[in-house]
Design a protein around this ligand. Structure first.
Ligand SMILES: Cc1cc2nc3c(=O)[nH]c(=O)nc-3n(C[C@H](O)[C@H](O)[C@H](O)COP(=O)(O)O)c2cc1C
Ligand code: SF4
Ligand code: SF4
Length: 255
């Protein structure tokens, strides 16, 4: 059993490679009585500011996992900043622990810092690294990826730059007149933050995860950040994941 949270498909792709029993976190979080039992349970999600998305933290805090082996795999783009140790600390703070926490580098979908057209051309050795993680999980390896001095400095520097605010500080978007009211953004949003009014998307910041699924999926590039983007014309979805899969994962979640 593997729980996943995804905006642009990287984490869903990894989750699909690791297990066949997939559980969407935005869907399951709405349920009462979050009690799960399986021989092996995993969580796959992106990191935002080196930490897990708010909704994933919420699940980890509230749910009960009865399992022989519990693991986290965190997808990231350029700098993990000691994400595995930060996740371990978070788990400890909510009275849980994992047997294995690792990270995997993939396309970085963070639009203020990266041009998606350039990101997709970088070879981040995803297949090789995923093969190693699969072998680790198969062997039930006990391992938490260590943070180096540079990782810690990167994380501290980041926290200082955002005045210790959570990653949702990046939830600052606007819908332009290019919107044609197709509704795709409302369906890929894992938190139910967008609805249509008079065939125009309306964004509500409350509960927004800053995941950027809406921006990346809009076929008209009508959702833009209110701060500068590296390339407002380039958007991203993992090459192995269809738009339908993202919609199935996230549609009407959080409502
Ligand atoms: C708000 C936000 C913050 C992010 N922060 C980081 C980060 O601190 N370090 C990093 O390497 N990647 C960061 N990323 C990139 C994602 O973690 C990465 O692209 C991830 O694989 C996306 O997974 P998904 O396709 O399943 O949504 C960030 C992305 C977003 C939207
Ligand atoms: S996906 Fe884009 S065009 Fe479609 S409703 Fe949303 S903002 Fe408008
Ligand atoms: S509004 Fe956009 S960024 Fe916010 S949770 Fe929904 S899809 Fe993610």
């Amino acid at each position: 059993m593997v729980f996943y949270f995804t905006a642009t498909g990287n984490s869903l792709y990894v989750a699909k490679e690791l297990d066949t029993e997939l559980v969407s976190i935005p869907q399951v979080i709405k349920q009462e009585g979050l009690h799960f039992q399986a021989d092996r349970i995993g969580v796959v999600c992106p990191i935002y500011g080196h930490e897990m998305p708010a909704m994933v933290k919420d699940l980890l805090r509230r749910a009960e996992f009865q399992t022989e082996y519990f693991y986290l795999v965190l997808t990231y783009g350029m700098l993990h900043g000691g994400a595995a140790e930060l996740a371990e600390e978070y788990l400890a703070s909510v009275g849980k622990h994992a047997d294995y926490i690792n990270t995997i580098m993939m396309v970085d979908n963070f639009l203020p810092a990266f041009d998606m057209a350039k990101q997709v051309r970088q070879d981040k050795k995803v297949t090789e690294n995923l093969t190693k993680i699969k072998a680790d999980l198969q062997a039930r390896k006990r391992y938490i990826q260590k943070a180096g001095l540079r990782d810690r400095m990167v994380h501290q520097g980041y926290r200082k730059s955002v005045n210790d605010q959570p990653a949702t500080v990046w939830a600052a978007f606007q819908v332009t007149d290019e919107c044609v009211g197709c509704g795709i953004c409302t369906k890929v949003c894992p938190a139910g933050c967008i609805h249509l009014e008079n065939q125009h998307a309306v964004y509500r910041q409350e509960n927004c995860q800053a995941c950027m699924a809406c921006i990346h999926a809009c076929p008209k590039q009508a959702i833009q950040m209110t701060i500068r983007e590296k390339n407002p014309h380039a958007r991203y979805r993992n090459e192995h994941i269809t738009l339908t899969e993202l919609v199935t994962a996230n549609h009407h979640a959080g409502k």
